[in-house]
Ligand binder design. Sequence first.
Ligand SMILES: [Zn+2]
Length: 210
Amino acid sequence: MLASILDLFFPRNCPVCRNPSDRPGRYICSDCLNRVPLLPPDDNLPAAMHFEGYGRKLILDFKFRQKLFLLEDLTDFLEAAALAHYNVPSVDVVVPMPVPFWRRLSRGYNQSGLLARALARRIDRACRPDLLARRGFPRQQAMLDYEARRENVKGTFRVPARKAGYLRSRTVLLVDDIRTTGATCDEAVSVLKAAGAAKVLVLTLAQAGD
Ligand SMILES: [Zn+2]
């Protein structure tokens, strides 16, 4: 009721076609939902969409252009991918991929952190950004292949010593926004496992390239 009254005064315009959205509480309209390049649910890659076309636009709007109102729309895609790929009730805790401290300062938020928290709320699990930390200034890796990237991110993740006990024998769902070769994710997974996590499931909003 309140939402529909609010919609009257503050119409939610679809970020793709700019028309008012016909979906309650969401911005992407039902026509444009079909224009988002979703990955098929049986795809091998644990990602919700391709990082291209409107998928790319939505994510860049969210990540760099402060369009945080897209959070629930994007979480819909992430949640559907989580249910398609994993036995969600087996997840104990949701952990976002950390961004370097200086990048969070310049942007004001960690987009993966927002997604992880929203997803955790949907699946009724704790979101624990404190379980995985990132240090240093990673070099640009846009031009690197998997092996070189893996080498590049070595040592950038750590589980704070006081937190390792919590991870022991738990199943972690690690949430990231954009996956390229998967090298960064793989490094984070091995650090979480080394700290005692029983299982680490990776879920990303979008897959770049491929
Ligand atoms: Zn639209």
